[in-house]
Design a protein around this ligand. Structure first.
Ligand code: AMP
Length: 423
Protein backbone atom coordinates (compact mmCIF):
# COMPACT_ATOMS: atom_id res chain seq x y z
CA UNK A 1 0.00 0.00 0.00
CA UNK A 2 1.15 3.49 -0.67
CA UNK A 3 1.12 6.86 1.02
CA UNK A 4 0.68 9.93 -1.13
CA UNK A 5 2.37 12.98 0.37
CA UNK A 6 2.64 16.55 -0.79
CA UNK A 7 3.48 17.59 -3.52
CA UNK A 8 2.16 14.38 -5.16
CA UNK A 9 -1.03 14.68 -3.16
CA UNK A 10 -1.54 18.24 -4.49
CA UNK A 11 -1.10 17.08 -8.08
CA UNK A 12 -3.45 14.18 -7.55
CA UNK A 13 -6.08 16.49 -6.07
CA UNK A 14 -5.66 18.90 -8.97
CA UNK A 15 -6.07 16.14 -11.52
CA UNK A 16 -9.19 14.78 -9.87
CA UNK A 17 -10.68 18.28 -9.60
CA UNK A 18 -10.18 18.80 -13.32
CA UNK A 19 -11.79 15.48 -14.08
CA UNK A 20 -14.76 16.42 -11.92
CA UNK A 21 -15.10 19.76 -13.74
CA UNK A 22 -14.85 18.10 -17.17
CA UNK A 23 -17.47 15.48 -16.29
CA UNK A 24 -19.89 17.94 -14.71
CA UNK A 25 -19.65 20.17 -17.76
CA UNK A 26 -20.98 17.23 -19.79
CA UNK A 27 -23.91 16.53 -17.47
CA UNK A 28 -22.42 13.70 -15.40
CA UNK A 29 -23.16 13.48 -11.69
CA UNK A 30 -21.04 11.89 -9.04
CA UNK A 31 -21.64 8.41 -7.66
CA UNK A 32 -19.78 7.20 -4.59
CA UNK A 33 -19.96 3.43 -4.25
CA UNK A 34 -18.58 1.80 -1.08
CA UNK A 35 -14.99 0.60 -0.88
CA UNK A 36 -16.18 -2.80 0.21
CA UNK A 37 -18.89 -4.91 -1.42
CA UNK A 38 -20.32 -8.35 -1.21
CA UNK A 39 -17.77 -10.59 -2.92
CA UNK A 40 -20.44 -11.78 -5.34
CA UNK A 41 -20.70 -8.33 -6.92
CA UNK A 42 -17.15 -8.56 -8.22
CA UNK A 43 -17.24 -12.28 -8.90
CA UNK A 44 -20.31 -12.03 -11.09
CA UNK A 45 -18.70 -9.28 -13.09
CA UNK A 46 -15.23 -10.65 -13.63
CA UNK A 47 -15.24 -14.39 -13.11
CA UNK A 48 -12.61 -15.10 -15.74
CA UNK A 49 -10.27 -12.19 -15.05
CA UNK A 50 -7.00 -12.17 -13.14
CA UNK A 51 -8.18 -9.07 -11.32
CA UNK A 52 -10.99 -11.04 -9.72
CA UNK A 53 -9.50 -14.53 -9.48
CA UNK A 54 -5.98 -13.66 -8.35
CA UNK A 55 -5.73 -10.10 -7.17
CA UNK A 56 -8.72 -9.35 -5.00
CA UNK A 57 -8.49 -8.57 -1.29
CA UNK A 58 -11.31 -10.74 -0.02
CA UNK A 59 -12.19 -11.82 3.47
CA UNK A 60 -15.02 -12.84 5.75
CA UNK A 61 -16.47 -10.07 7.90
CA UNK A 62 -17.81 -10.38 11.47
CA UNK A 63 -21.19 -11.61 10.25
CA UNK A 64 -19.61 -14.33 8.17
CA UNK A 65 -20.30 -12.46 4.90
CA UNK A 66 -17.74 -12.85 2.16
CA UNK A 67 -16.68 -9.34 1.12
CA UNK A 68 -13.93 -7.74 -0.97
CA UNK A 69 -12.22 -4.40 -1.33
CA UNK A 70 -13.18 -3.10 -4.73
CA UNK A 71 -10.58 -3.88 -7.44
CA UNK A 72 -12.39 -1.58 -9.90
CA UNK A 73 -15.44 0.67 -9.97
CA UNK A 74 -17.77 -0.55 -12.69
CA UNK A 75 -19.19 -3.48 -10.72
CA UNK A 76 -20.19 -1.32 -7.76
CA UNK A 77 -21.65 1.39 -10.00
CA UNK A 78 -23.79 -1.09 -11.93
CA UNK A 79 -24.86 -2.74 -8.67
CA UNK A 80 -25.94 0.70 -7.41
CA UNK A 81 -27.87 1.26 -10.65
CA UNK A 82 -29.73 -2.03 -10.25
CA UNK A 83 -30.46 -1.32 -6.60
CA UNK A 84 -31.68 2.28 -6.89
CA UNK A 85 -33.31 2.18 -10.34
CA UNK A 86 -32.49 5.80 -11.27
CA UNK A 87 -33.95 7.45 -14.38
CA UNK A 88 -32.07 6.61 -17.55
CA UNK A 89 -29.82 7.52 -19.17
CA UNK A 90 -27.91 7.52 -15.91
CA UNK A 91 -24.72 9.50 -16.47
CA UNK A 92 -22.29 9.25 -13.58
CA UNK A 93 -18.66 9.91 -12.79
CA UNK A 94 -16.54 8.62 -9.96
CA UNK A 95 -13.13 9.10 -8.38
CA UNK A 96 -11.70 6.73 -5.82
CA UNK A 97 -9.18 4.19 -4.66
CA UNK A 98 -9.15 0.54 -5.76
CA UNK A 99 -7.16 -2.37 -4.38
CA UNK A 100 -5.43 -5.19 -6.23
CA UNK A 101 -2.92 -7.63 -4.84
CA UNK A 102 -0.41 -7.10 -7.64
CA UNK A 103 3.37 -7.17 -7.62
CA UNK A 104 4.09 -3.52 -6.87
CA UNK A 105 6.35 -1.65 -9.29
CA UNK A 106 6.48 1.78 -10.86
CA UNK A 107 2.99 2.59 -12.13
CA UNK A 108 1.49 -0.56 -10.59
CA UNK A 109 0.40 -0.38 -6.98
CA UNK A 110 -1.77 -2.32 -4.59
CA UNK A 111 -3.83 0.75 -3.84
CA UNK A 112 -4.33 3.09 -6.77
CA UNK A 113 -6.77 5.74 -7.86
CA UNK A 114 -9.10 5.78 -10.79
CA UNK A 115 -11.44 8.37 -12.21
CA UNK A 116 -14.08 7.36 -14.69
CA UNK A 117 -17.60 7.57 -16.02
CA UNK A 118 -20.41 5.12 -16.69
CA UNK A 119 -23.62 5.69 -18.62
CA UNK A 120 -26.45 3.21 -18.28
CA UNK A 121 -29.55 2.98 -20.39
CA UNK A 122 -28.56 4.44 -23.77
CA UNK A 123 -27.47 2.66 -26.91
CA UNK A 124 -26.74 5.63 -29.19
CA UNK A 125 -23.32 5.52 -30.93
CA UNK A 126 -23.06 9.27 -30.38
CA UNK A 127 -22.86 8.46 -26.67
CA UNK A 128 -19.75 6.37 -27.37
CA UNK A 129 -18.33 9.46 -29.06
CA UNK A 130 -19.22 11.68 -26.09
CA UNK A 131 -17.65 9.30 -23.59
CA UNK A 132 -14.43 8.81 -25.56
CA UNK A 133 -14.11 12.53 -26.33
CA UNK A 134 -14.60 13.35 -22.64
CA UNK A 135 -11.50 11.35 -21.73
CA UNK A 136 -9.60 12.74 -24.70
CA UNK A 137 -10.31 16.38 -23.84
CA UNK A 138 -9.51 15.70 -20.21
CA UNK A 139 -6.04 14.53 -21.23
CA UNK A 140 -5.73 17.61 -23.41
CA UNK A 141 -6.84 19.89 -20.57
CA UNK A 142 -4.10 18.64 -18.28
CA UNK A 143 -1.54 19.24 -21.00
CA UNK A 144 -0.79 15.70 -22.17
CA UNK A 145 0.16 15.65 -25.83
CA UNK A 146 1.52 12.14 -26.30
CA UNK A 147 -1.60 10.07 -25.84
CA UNK A 148 -2.81 7.51 -28.36
CA UNK A 149 -6.43 6.42 -28.52
CA UNK A 150 -6.76 2.82 -29.67
CA UNK A 151 -10.20 1.88 -30.91
CA UNK A 152 -11.91 -1.36 -31.85
CA UNK A 153 -15.30 -3.00 -31.98
CA UNK A 154 -16.15 -6.48 -30.78
CA UNK A 155 -19.45 -6.61 -32.66
CA UNK A 156 -22.74 -7.70 -31.21
CA UNK A 157 -22.91 -10.56 -28.75
CA UNK A 158 -23.38 -13.19 -31.48
CA UNK A 159 -20.64 -11.68 -33.65
CA UNK A 160 -18.33 -11.91 -30.69
CA UNK A 161 -19.22 -15.54 -30.06
CA UNK A 162 -18.58 -16.50 -33.69
CA UNK A 163 -15.38 -14.48 -33.71
CA UNK A 164 -14.19 -16.04 -30.49
CA UNK A 165 -14.76 -19.52 -31.93
CA UNK A 166 -12.82 -18.64 -35.09
CA UNK A 167 -9.95 -17.23 -33.01
CA UNK A 168 -9.94 -20.34 -30.81
CA UNK A 169 -9.71 -22.67 -33.78
CA UNK A 170 -6.96 -20.54 -35.34
CA UNK A 171 -4.83 -20.78 -32.19
CA UNK A 172 -5.74 -24.42 -31.72
CA UNK A 173 -4.22 -25.12 -35.13
CA UNK A 174 -1.03 -23.39 -33.98
CA UNK A 175 -0.68 -24.87 -30.49
CA UNK A 176 2.99 -25.64 -31.05
CA UNK A 177 3.76 -21.93 -31.27
CA UNK A 178 2.05 -21.06 -27.97
CA UNK A 179 3.57 -20.93 -24.50
CA UNK A 180 2.17 -22.92 -21.57
CA UNK A 181 0.48 -19.82 -20.20
CA UNK A 182 -1.08 -19.01 -23.56
CA UNK A 183 -2.41 -22.56 -23.91
CA UNK A 184 -4.17 -22.06 -20.59
CA UNK A 185 -5.58 -18.74 -21.81
CA UNK A 186 -6.77 -20.52 -24.97
CA UNK A 187 -8.93 -22.79 -22.81
CA UNK A 188 -10.28 -19.98 -20.68
CA UNK A 189 -10.61 -16.95 -22.87
CA UNK A 190 -9.23 -17.27 -26.44
CA UNK A 191 -9.78 -13.61 -27.36
CA UNK A 192 -7.32 -12.63 -24.67
CA UNK A 193 -4.55 -14.30 -26.71
CA UNK A 194 -4.85 -11.45 -29.17
CA UNK A 195 -3.28 -9.04 -26.72
CA UNK A 196 -0.49 -11.38 -25.68
CA UNK A 197 2.70 -9.36 -25.38
CA UNK A 198 4.98 -12.32 -26.17
CA UNK A 199 7.30 -11.61 -29.04
CA UNK A 200 7.39 -15.27 -30.19
CA UNK A 201 3.62 -15.28 -30.56
CA UNK A 202 3.48 -12.19 -32.70
CA UNK A 203 3.23 -13.93 -36.07
CA UNK A 204 0.51 -16.35 -35.01
CA UNK A 205 -1.43 -13.36 -33.70
CA UNK A 206 -0.91 -11.41 -36.94
CA UNK A 207 -2.52 -14.20 -38.96
CA UNK A 208 -5.50 -14.63 -36.62
CA UNK A 209 -8.96 -13.83 -38.06
CA UNK A 210 -10.00 -10.17 -37.90
CA UNK A 211 -13.20 -9.00 -36.21
CA UNK A 212 -14.14 -6.92 -39.26
CA UNK A 213 -15.08 -10.12 -41.12
CA UNK A 214 -17.54 -11.11 -38.40
CA UNK A 215 -19.43 -7.86 -37.88
CA UNK A 216 -23.19 -7.87 -38.38
CA UNK A 217 -24.58 -4.92 -40.36
CA UNK A 218 -25.88 -3.21 -37.22
CA UNK A 219 -22.52 -3.52 -35.45
CA UNK A 220 -20.70 -2.22 -38.52
CA UNK A 221 -23.11 0.71 -38.74
CA UNK A 222 -22.66 1.53 -35.05
CA UNK A 223 -18.89 1.52 -35.41
CA UNK A 224 -18.98 3.67 -38.54
CA UNK A 225 -21.03 6.27 -36.69
CA UNK A 226 -18.58 6.24 -33.76
CA UNK A 227 -15.62 6.79 -36.08
CA UNK A 228 -17.43 9.55 -37.97
CA UNK A 229 -18.26 11.27 -34.67
CA UNK A 230 -14.66 11.17 -33.45
CA UNK A 231 -13.55 12.54 -36.83
CA UNK A 232 -16.09 15.34 -36.54
CA UNK A 233 -14.83 16.29 -33.08
CA UNK A 234 -11.20 16.12 -34.12
CA UNK A 235 -10.34 13.23 -31.80
CA UNK A 236 -7.60 11.18 -33.48
CA UNK A 237 -7.61 7.38 -33.04
CA UNK A 238 -5.90 4.29 -34.30
CA UNK A 239 -7.89 1.17 -35.07
CA UNK A 240 -6.38 -1.75 -33.17
CA UNK A 241 -8.07 -4.99 -34.05
CA UNK A 242 -6.26 -6.79 -31.27
CA UNK A 243 -7.83 -4.62 -28.63
CA UNK A 244 -10.19 -6.99 -26.85
CA UNK A 245 -11.50 -6.66 -23.36
CA UNK A 246 -11.26 -9.83 -21.34
CA UNK A 247 -14.82 -9.92 -20.15
CA UNK A 248 -17.71 -11.61 -21.89
CA UNK A 249 -20.12 -8.75 -21.44
CA UNK A 250 -18.11 -6.30 -23.52
CA UNK A 251 -19.48 -5.68 -26.97
CA UNK A 252 -19.30 -3.14 -29.77
CA UNK A 253 -16.98 -0.24 -29.02
CA UNK A 254 -13.81 -0.82 -26.96
CA UNK A 255 -10.98 1.63 -26.49
CA UNK A 256 -7.79 2.20 -24.63
CA UNK A 257 -5.53 5.19 -24.04
CA UNK A 258 -1.77 4.77 -24.00
CA UNK A 259 0.76 7.35 -22.87
CA UNK A 260 3.57 7.24 -25.37
CA UNK A 261 5.99 8.94 -22.99
CA UNK A 262 5.85 5.91 -20.64
CA UNK A 263 7.47 2.48 -20.94
CA UNK A 264 5.28 -0.15 -22.54
CA UNK A 265 4.91 -2.06 -19.24
CA UNK A 266 2.82 0.71 -17.69
CA UNK A 267 1.74 2.89 -20.59
CA UNK A 268 -1.98 2.01 -20.36
CA UNK A 269 -3.51 5.06 -18.76
CA UNK A 270 -7.12 4.07 -19.20
CA UNK A 271 -9.64 2.05 -21.09
CA UNK A 272 -13.26 1.28 -21.48
CA UNK A 273 -16.04 0.19 -23.72
CA UNK A 274 -19.62 -0.80 -24.17
CA UNK A 275 -21.10 -3.61 -22.18
CA UNK A 276 -24.41 -5.30 -21.77
CA UNK A 277 -25.49 -8.13 -19.55
CA UNK A 278 -23.81 -6.59 -16.51
CA UNK A 279 -26.98 -5.16 -15.03
CA UNK A 280 -28.69 -8.49 -15.67
CA UNK A 281 -25.88 -10.41 -13.97
CA UNK A 282 -26.44 -8.23 -10.93
CA UNK A 283 -30.18 -8.88 -10.87
CA UNK A 284 -31.49 -5.98 -12.98
CA UNK A 285 -33.17 -5.60 -16.35
CA UNK A 286 -31.07 -5.86 -19.51
CA UNK A 287 -29.46 -2.42 -19.80
CA UNK A 288 -26.93 -0.96 -22.23
CA UNK A 289 -23.88 0.51 -20.63
CA UNK A 290 -20.65 2.23 -21.55
CA UNK A 291 -17.83 3.65 -19.49
CA UNK A 292 -14.14 4.06 -18.93
CA UNK A 293 -11.67 4.07 -16.06
CA UNK A 294 -8.49 6.12 -16.09
CA UNK A 295 -5.50 5.47 -13.85
CA UNK A 296 -4.71 8.64 -11.89
CA UNK A 297 -1.26 7.45 -10.81
CA UNK A 298 -0.27 6.59 -14.36
CA UNK A 299 -1.59 9.86 -15.77
CA UNK A 300 0.56 11.72 -13.26
CA UNK A 301 3.56 9.65 -14.34
CA UNK A 302 2.79 10.47 -17.97
CA UNK A 303 2.49 14.17 -17.16
CA UNK A 304 5.83 14.02 -15.40
CA UNK A 305 7.42 12.20 -18.35
CA UNK A 306 6.08 14.81 -20.76
CA UNK A 307 7.31 17.60 -18.49
CA UNK A 308 3.86 19.17 -18.19
CA UNK A 309 3.67 18.80 -14.45
CA UNK A 310 4.96 21.90 -12.69
CA UNK A 311 5.74 22.12 -9.00
CA UNK A 312 2.43 22.83 -7.34
CA UNK A 313 2.40 26.44 -6.15
CA UNK A 314 1.75 27.26 -2.56
CA UNK A 315 -1.75 28.63 -2.32
CA UNK A 316 -1.02 30.47 0.87
CA UNK A 317 -1.68 34.21 0.78
CA UNK A 318 -0.33 35.28 4.14
CA UNK A 319 1.94 34.04 6.91
CA UNK A 320 1.56 35.89 10.20
CA UNK A 321 4.70 36.51 12.23
CA UNK A 322 3.78 37.40 15.80
CA UNK A 323 6.56 38.66 18.07
CA UNK A 324 4.18 39.29 20.98
CA UNK A 325 2.41 36.51 22.86
CA UNK A 326 0.75 34.87 19.85
CA UNK A 327 -2.68 36.42 20.29
CA UNK A 328 -2.13 38.68 17.27
CA UNK A 329 -1.41 35.68 15.06
CA UNK A 330 -4.42 33.89 16.53
CA UNK A 331 -6.78 36.76 15.70
CA UNK A 332 -5.31 37.89 12.38
CA UNK A 333 -5.22 34.39 10.82
CA UNK A 334 -8.81 33.91 11.92
CA UNK A 335 -9.94 37.23 10.37
CA UNK A 336 -8.06 36.62 7.13
CA UNK A 337 -9.50 33.14 6.73
CA UNK A 338 -13.01 34.41 7.43
CA UNK A 339 -12.48 36.96 4.62
CA UNK A 340 -11.63 34.13 2.21
CA UNK A 341 -7.84 34.43 2.27
CA UNK A 342 -5.50 31.61 3.14
CA UNK A 343 -3.33 32.26 6.13
CA UNK A 344 -0.97 30.34 8.36
CA UNK A 345 1.28 31.10 11.32
CA UNK A 346 3.87 29.56 13.55
CA UNK A 347 2.89 28.03 16.87
CA UNK A 348 5.02 28.24 19.96
CA UNK A 349 6.51 31.64 19.16
CA UNK A 350 10.21 31.90 18.27
CA UNK A 351 12.62 34.63 17.26
CA UNK A 352 11.98 36.95 14.32
CA UNK A 353 14.57 35.00 12.35
CA UNK A 354 12.99 31.62 13.08
CA UNK A 355 9.51 32.90 12.31
CA UNK A 356 10.62 34.49 9.03
CA UNK A 357 12.21 31.19 8.06
CA UNK A 358 8.85 29.51 8.62
CA UNK A 359 7.18 32.24 6.59
CA UNK A 360 9.57 31.71 3.67
CA UNK A 361 9.13 27.95 3.80
CA UNK A 362 5.36 28.31 3.76
CA UNK A 363 5.47 29.76 0.25
CA UNK A 364 3.13 32.60 1.26
CA UNK A 365 3.06 35.76 -0.85
CA UNK A 366 3.09 38.09 2.16
CA UNK A 367 4.23 38.11 5.73
CA UNK A 368 2.26 40.15 8.22
CA UNK A 369 4.65 41.06 11.04
CA UNK A 370 3.40 42.22 14.44
CA UNK A 371 5.64 43.17 17.34
CA UNK A 372 5.13 45.34 20.41
CA UNK A 373 5.81 48.53 18.38
CA UNK A 374 3.15 47.66 15.86
CA UNK A 375 0.64 46.85 18.58
CA UNK A 376 1.33 50.21 20.20
CA UNK A 377 0.80 51.98 16.85
CA UNK A 378 -2.31 49.93 15.98
CA UNK A 379 -0.55 48.86 12.77
CA UNK A 380 1.12 45.84 11.20
CA UNK A 381 4.06 45.48 8.84
CA UNK A 382 3.18 43.93 5.51
CA UNK A 383 6.16 42.42 3.72
CA UNK A 384 6.17 40.93 0.23
CA UNK A 385 7.96 37.60 0.33
CA UNK A 386 7.88 36.54 -3.29
CA UNK A 387 7.47 38.15 -6.67
CA UNK A 388 4.30 37.06 -8.28
CA UNK A 389 1.91 38.56 -10.79
CA UNK A 390 -0.36 39.23 -7.80
CA UNK A 391 2.21 41.37 -6.01
CA UNK A 392 3.35 43.52 -8.93
CA UNK A 393 3.40 47.17 -7.94
CA UNK A 394 3.54 46.50 -4.21
CA UNK A 395 6.42 48.00 -2.32
CA UNK A 396 8.53 45.40 -0.55
CA UNK A 397 7.45 46.48 2.90
CA UNK A 398 4.88 48.89 4.27
CA UNK A 399 3.06 49.75 7.44
CA UNK A 400 -0.68 49.17 7.29
CA UNK A 401 -3.22 50.22 9.94
CA UNK A 402 -4.33 47.09 11.76
CA UNK A 403 -7.99 47.99 11.14
CA UNK A 404 -7.46 48.10 7.36
CA UNK A 405 -5.30 45.01 6.96
CA UNK A 406 -7.95 42.42 6.18
CA UNK A 407 -9.93 44.63 3.81
CA UNK A 408 -6.77 45.63 1.94
CA UNK A 409 -5.51 42.09 1.44
CA UNK A 410 -8.98 40.86 0.54
CA UNK A 411 -9.41 43.61 -2.07
CA UNK A 412 -6.03 42.85 -3.60
CA UNK A 413 -6.79 39.17 -3.74
CA UNK A 414 -10.15 39.61 -5.49
CA UNK A 415 -8.62 42.10 -7.99
CA UNK A 416 -5.79 39.83 -8.96
CA UNK A 417 -7.60 36.52 -8.84
CA UNK A 418 -9.34 37.49 -12.06
CA UNK A 419 -6.10 37.81 -13.95
CA UNK A 420 -4.14 34.88 -12.65
CA UNK A 421 -2.95 33.19 -15.84
CA UNK A 422 -3.33 29.69 -14.46
CA UNK A 423 -6.97 29.94 -13.52
P1 AMP B 1 -8.51 -1.66 -15.66
O1 AMP B 1 -9.56 -1.44 -14.61
O2 AMP B 1 -7.63 -2.83 -15.37
O3 AMP B 1 -9.03 -1.61 -17.06
O4 AMP B 1 -7.52 -0.40 -15.51
C1 AMP B 1 -7.85 0.89 -15.93
C2 AMP B 1 -6.65 1.77 -15.68
O5 AMP B 1 -6.34 1.80 -14.29
C3 AMP B 1 -5.38 1.26 -16.32
O6 AMP B 1 -5.26 1.71 -17.65
C4 AMP B 1 -4.31 1.85 -15.45
O7 AMP B 1 -4.03 3.18 -15.85
C5 AMP B 1 -4.95 1.89 -14.10
N1 AMP B 1 -4.49 0.76 -13.25
C6 AMP B 1 -4.95 -0.51 -13.23
N2 AMP B 1 -4.32 -1.25 -12.31
C7 AMP B 1 -3.44 -0.43 -11.70
C8 AMP B 1 -2.48 -0.58 -10.62
N3 AMP B 1 -2.32 -1.73 -9.98
N4 AMP B 1 -1.74 0.51 -10.27
C9 AMP B 1 -1.89 1.70 -10.91
N5 AMP B 1 -2.78 1.90 -11.90
C10 AMP B 1 -3.54 0.86 -12.30
Amino acid sequence: MRDVLWPDSARRRDLVDRFVATSRAAGYREVVPPLLEDLGVFERVGEATDVVTKEMYEFTDRDGTRVALRPEMTAGVVRAFVQHKPLTPWKVFYAGTNFRHERPQKGRYRSFDQVGVEVLGADDPDLDVEVIALAWYFFEAIGLRQVTLLLNTLGEHDDRVRYSEAVASHFDAHRAELSEASLATLERNPLRLLDSKRREERSVIETAPKIAEFLSPSAAEHFARVKAGLDALGVPYRIDERLVRGLDYYRRTTFEFTADALDAAQNAIGGGGRYDGLAEDLGGKPTDGIGFALGVDRILLAAEAEGVLGEPESNLDVFVVDLTDGSQARDITHELRAAGLSADRRFGGGSMKAQMRSADRSGALYAVIVGEDEVAAAAVTLRRLRDHSDTAGDSAQQSVPRSELVARLAARSSETSQVRPDE
